[in-house]
Design a protein around this ligand. Structure first.
Ligand SMILES: *Cc1c(COP(=O)(O)O)cnc(C)c1O
Length: 375
């Protein structure tokens, strides 16, 4: 069907734009020999996994369910990191994950022998105590009191037997200058153990497919670890795979007024784009301007009873009418993976736009998806 015929609300992922991102990522792999895996936390659109698997080395997961998903739907390499593993899941994790990364020496001691018996590679997450992001403490694993990774002062070289890799993840939507700064901290604090390792994982948060991203600095960071310590380098971005590659198509249900003009949409910030409230950020909306920039300004609100379920204030050249379709941009990442049915909100359909512009709905949801999570 045509884009204009899609039901609303609907997430649409544009295959052409995903391929564009994948080509950039694959270029880094080709030029450096590094391996890049998809962090499913950001984007778990399984119908795209066969395509993604043509360009990337596999997936990474934050626990058993994501690991299963990556293993079932993409195959290739399956990596996992969790702040802690459960006794009752470790056997299944060992049966499907190639790399198992531990967050502490106590977890390592507890599960190391199982992982090694299963022939798996084991890694340790380190905390280089190097904050390079400002403002977003909830996204900074190096913030004070963070539960992620072993700090230098707690490092136990005597317990490294069997550990073949170190993993750090400290970035969020950042450029490669911050990676370089972080790598300096990693070397300063953990450099003496790097040459006894086989691999290093740079984590995610690299905005590699963003227009202003400095690929040359990224590639020199990779080469530095390869040349100096003989390490295999892994990266596990999530956002970068589907950055700016999807939309959320919505409709205006009603118009209302309370000091400002208000449009009620058939979507919800809190259910369909929770990062708008959590991050928080203002999603791009095609054909709109900032509040007051164009002649007609509206507050766009969701269908739930939460007063704060507001996407933002946007302006338009024409007044909005009931039934108008509004298309939000950059809606592939951290959206589908975070939806919920709070207040009985229906979940958006999921569609793919192929390279010829043709659209196909690949999944719809209904009442049972709401009811099925309750008892
Ligand atoms: C979130 C996360 C990623 C992916 O981060 P992006 O910001 O989506 O690139 C990778 N690795 C770990 C350990 C993560 O927690």
């Amino acid at each position: 069907m045509r884009f204009e015929e899609l039901p609303t609300p609907c997430y649409v992922v544009d295959e052409k734009l995903i391929v564009r991102n994948l080509e950039i990522l694959n270029g880094v792999m080709q030029r450096t020999g590094a391996k890049i895996v998809l962090a499913q936390k950001a984007f778990s659109m399984t119908s795209m996994y066969p395509l993604i698997g043509k360009y990337l080395s596999g997936t990474t997961a934050s626990g058993l369910y994501e690991a299963r998903l990556g293993n079932e739907e993409m195959g290739k390499e399956t990596h996992v990191f969790a702040p802690a593993y459960r006794e009752d899941e470790i056997d299944e994790i060992v049966s499907i994950c190639d790399h198992i990364i531990f967050n502490s020496f106590s977890q390592l001691e507890k599960f190391k022998s199982k992982a090694l018996q299963g022939g798996r590679k084991i890694g340790l997450r380190i905390n280089p105590e190097c904050s390079t992001q400002d403002g977003h403490e909830i996204y900074d694993p190096c913030s004070p009191g963070s539960r992620f990774g072993v700090k230098r002062e707690d490092f136990r070289p005597d317990l490294l037997d069997g550990v073949t890799g170190l993993h750090f993840h400290t970035l969020c939507q950042q450029n490669s200058d911050d990676l370089k700064t972080t790598l300096d901290a990693v070397e300063e604090k953990f450099g003496e153990w790097l040459s006894q390792m086989e691999w290093i994982n740079f984590g995610g948060g690299h905005h590699i497919t963003r227009e202003d991203y400095d690929l040359a600095t990224l590639e020199s960071c990779i080469k530095r670890m390869q040349d100096k310590y003989g390490l295999e380098v892994y990266l596990e971005p999530g956002e970068a795979i589907a950055l700016n590659a999807g939309y959320l198509v919505t409709s205006v249900l009603d118009l209302h007024k309370n000091g400002i003009d208000i449009a009620i949409m058939d979507t919800s910030a809190t259910c369909h784009m929770p990062d708008v409230l959590e991050m928080p950020y203002r999603p791009p909306l095609f054909g709109s301007g900032e509040s007051g920039e164009k002649e007609f300004t509206y507050r766009l609100g969701g269908q739930t009873c939460l007063t704060g379920d507001v996407i933002g204030d946007y302006s338009f050249d024409q007044p909005l009418k009931t039934g108008d379709r509004l298309v939000f941009g950059d809606m592939a990442i951290y959206t589908m993976v975070k939806t919920n049915t709070f207040n009985g909100m229906p979940l958006p359909a999921i569609a793919v736009q192929d390279r010829d512009g043709d659209c196909k709905v690949v999944r719809t949801f209904g009442y049972e998806d709401f009811k099925g999570r309750l008892a």
